[in-house]
Design a binder for this molecule. Structure first.
Ligand code: C5P
Length: 140
């Protein structure tokens, strides 16, 4: 069963962000060894902590994971991913951010790659993230 009303599964809220550079490339991060879905490429982000908004979560995660600084007005909501994993249902708002400071650095052992929107299809992604690609290709 794959809908939120009838599922008994835990609902996990994760926020993700497509960082877009001045050349229109998008930053992908590879999930490091030891993590669930290791080796797959995703949009930077993470779990929304209690008391946080998705925007605050993105600002914190970009800072912690890749040393990028941004502010709430620079985050434009684009769409949501919704995917039912075996043990939880994931709800994941995707933001787009074109205004940020810093140079992306892998602070948590992950590989980082700036890719052209259409090239994103060549990077294996978690099942929640992959359906977001057409939205980004349309936008960018
Ligand atoms: O990143 P983190 O491990 O905290 O995310 C929790 C879970 O959310 C992951 O194990 C994965 O199943 C899912 N996730 C996802 N796509 C992302 C980030 C997380 O499917 N971009």
């Amino acid at each position: 069963m794959n809908d939120l009303v009838n599922t008994a599964k835990r609902l996990l809220l994760v926020a993700a962000c497509a960082l877009v550079d001045a050349d229109g490339r998008v930053l992908l991060a590879q999930r490091p060894p030891g993590k669930q879905l290791a080796g797959l490429w995703e949009f930077p982000g993470g779990k929304v902590e209690p008391g946080e908004t998705p925007e605050q979560c993105i600002i914190r995660e970009l800072h912690e994971e890749i040393g990028i600084e941004t502010e709430i007005p620079c985050l434009a909501p684009l769409t949501f991913a919704s995917h039912s994993y075996d043990d939880f249902h994931l709800l994941m708002p995707l933001f787009v951010c074109r205004r940020f400071r810093g140079i992306a650095q892998p602070r948590e052992g992950q590989a980082l790659k700036w890719v052209r929107p259409k090239q994103m299809r060549d990077y294996p992604m978690p099942p929640a993230d992959a359906p977001l690609i057409p939205f980004l290709i349309d936008l960018l």
